[in-house]
Design a protein around this ligand. Sequence first.
Ligand SMILES: Nc1nc2c(c(=O)[nH]1)N[C@H]1C(S)=C(S)[C@@H](COP(=O)(O)OP(=O)(O)OC[C@H]3O[C@@H](n4cnc5c(=O)[nH]c(N)nc54)[C@H](O)[C@@H]3O)O[C@H]1N2
Ligand SMILES: Nc1nc2c(c(=O)[nH]1)N[C@H]1C(S)=C(S)[C@@H](COP(=O)(O)OP(=O)(O)OC[C@H]3O[C@@H](n4cnc5c(=O)[nH]c(N)nc54)[C@H](O)[C@@H]3O)O[C@H]1N2
Ligand code: SF4
Ligand SMILES: [Mo]
Length: 697
Amino acid sequence: MERLLVRGACPHDCPDTCGLVTEVQDGEAVSIRGDPANPVTGGWLCAKVRPYLHHVYHPDRLLYPLRRVGPKGSGQWQRIGWEEAIAEIAARWKAIIAESGPEAILPYFYSGTLGLVQMTVSSARLWNRLGTSRMERTICCAAAFMAIRATLGQCWSPPYSDVVHSKLVLIWGHNPVSTAPHFMPFLRQAQHAGCHVVVIDPHRTPTAAGADWHLAPRPGTDGALAMGLAHVLVAEGMHEPTWLEEHTVGWPLLRERLADYPPQRTAKITGVPEEDILRLARLYGTRRPALIKIADGINRNRNGGQNVRAICALPALIGQYGVRGGGLAYSTGDYGKWDSEAINHWRECPPPGRSVNMNRLGAALLGEVHNPPLRALYVFAANPVASTPNSARIIQGLLRPDLFTVVHELFLTDTADYADIVLPATSQLEQTDLHKGYGTTLLTYNSPALAPRGECKSNWEVMGLLATALGLQEPWLHQSADEVIEEVLHTSPALRGITLARLKAEGAVPIPLDEATPFANGRFPTPSGKVELYSQKLADQGIDPLPGRFRDDEDDGGWSASGGVSAATTAPARLPSEEALHLLTPAAHHFVSSSLANQAGLLKNAGTPFVEIHPDDAARRGIRNGDNVLVYNGRGECRLRAVLTEATRPGVVISPKGRWAKLAGGANVNWTTSDALADMAGQSTFHSNRVWLRRLD
Ligand SMILES: Nc1nc2c(c(=O)[nH]1)N[C@H]1C(S)=C(S)[C@@H](COP(=O)(O)OP(=O)(O)OC[C@H]3O[C@@H](n4cnc5c(=O)[nH]c(N)nc54)[C@H](O)[C@@H]3O)O[C@H]1N2
Ligand SMILES: Nc1nc2c(c(=O)[nH]1)N[C@H]1C(S)=C(S)[C@@H](COP(=O)(O)OP(=O)(O)OC[C@H]3O[C@@H](n4cnc5c(=O)[nH]c(N)nc54)[C@H](O)[C@@H]3O)O[C@H]1N2
Ligand code: SF4
Ligand SMILES: [Mo]
């Protein structure tokens, strides 16, 4: 009997990027566990990925290409061969390119895998070479990235383990118990050593429950809260004027704006009592090192960018950037950057195609994008019907008889249901890749542990087949996965000294960093070399160069959206806005977006799809604990079980993202979410969402 241990990397959209060790016997995976040699993974996997072999060997895995035979969305398929599938796609695309140009084709992808080969390069090279429309990757963290880069120059973050040096941690709009579990042991260690942990989140999450103090502001008001804290810091002389003078740009201007945020007014905007604002400011002004750890919850609303900008000002006010255990932790995404030319090969491609914002997929398919209209869609590593806002419009777009849709997937997802051709994808255990964590500073190689199941192929293999069928000979469209990795390592100055051989031998390899603590040398990679509280770069783009002025965050519930398509069939007519509730749809504990949300064991643990509602809000609507409720607005509706709890603020209801619509009565929360864009970077605004609730009999 042959027994092998194969090292890999978790491909999911999770900052931890765990190392995996798969035990393989006679070609079958028999166990999987966390790599004990990976310093972040520490030998354990989260609850979602521990049963990963059920995912790999799931009876519903797609194993062969399929062609639609019934009407779109009818679920009638015919098995076809790869040659036939690829020939048909190439023929359709060639005709579309000849008639309408390559921009009539849109690739749509996001976070099924975060690998260099199977995501980054697979979403670039072939599409660049063809000159198709480009997808703006804005569903998740675009506003936060733009805000942080504008302020600090780069998205750099300290390692998780540095939190043991913190004396105060503000976890702000982030739920690491679910979304960055390997941060938690370090946080607990810090708490044992006397670190004070404050969670700022409208929801009493498991992370909040384990903190010393939980503050629950109104959703979307974090920027005002940050301005209010800054106001108190200055009013009480707890700021660091010398540091501000030496290391920042725009402090006098920002200081003027703080006048708008005295505690009383801040309390009114945020719903946080005045005395709590004072207490938090005093805590932040006096307990150091003080770390602010944010994630993406706070950037998915209409003021997402400016909210993050305002929070970024706080560590500057008290001189905490560059201090071990202090500063800001968000993403390590800008460390160890891949060389862009190696990823894209732009120099050998036609001029880049136009951009299409991924959050506007439904609108784009329904005519917002024209000249030429979108005629072909190629979806891979994404499940937009379940995970992209305003799902009913997306489905309406996908039902267009003249749209040619290909979906490359492991499963027949809510999106694959509307494809013309479905292609079967390999799982992480069946493919080669390289992963750079966005919460860690490690590079982890993923060796394939198993032969592909059925006729599954990886994203990059399919790109090669399509290139051949389209007559594209460039060698960089036909490299093996290892050749892609070698090219990128070789050309990326930030990854000096890291070779494929080393990655294969060592598992997780640290990215070389100039400083152990970001900004320790006091220089910031902005145009001025300082923290840009005032950002000329933003001003040049027509964006307010200072934080502190926020848009009206009122979502109208989609009732009056121009061209709005409501799927709300059983809902009563529009209700008064006083009865609207603010719906937040954060991460589910047991799934990663909609990935893994078809695993029986995880579904059992997650329970019936639910919405948390404050008992006062429930009473006013005659809703009792356990009732089935209709959650609806002008965009659409879904059915959820009511959970009455004081874990949410009055006026705010909470239901996790990620459910497969077809396993949840035909719709999930994204039937209600808005496809309006935020104040920066075309960011999604999932959390600026007003809904109405009604008890179902
Ligand atoms: N288990 C699990 N892990 C995941 C994912 C998953 O789906 N499940 N998704 C992955 C992905 S794609 C991402 S981007 C990350 C996201 O990681 P996080 O950002 O940590 O996850 P979220 O749950 O989306 O948002 C965090 C918190 O923000 C809160 N929040 C929402 N709006 C506001 C607001 O206006 N102000 C404040 N202060 N808080 C607010 C929510 O209540 C939530 O508790 O997690 C990754 N990890
Ligand atoms: N309401 C609400 N919705 C949200 C959010 C929210 O906060 N609220 N958060 C948003 C965020 S942060 C994100 S990042 C997006 C994520 O949205 P998506 O990127 O669409 O992620 P998933 O829904 O997990 O879908 C990924 C799909 O990729 C498939 N897949 C996995 N690996 C591979 C592979 O190697 N090849 C191919 N071809 N397919 C693969 C999986 O089977 C899965 O169906 O969701 C967003 N949706
Ligand atoms: S989802 Fe995150 S915590 Fe879970 S195994 Fe993957 S990287 Fe680790
Ligand atoms: Mo995300």
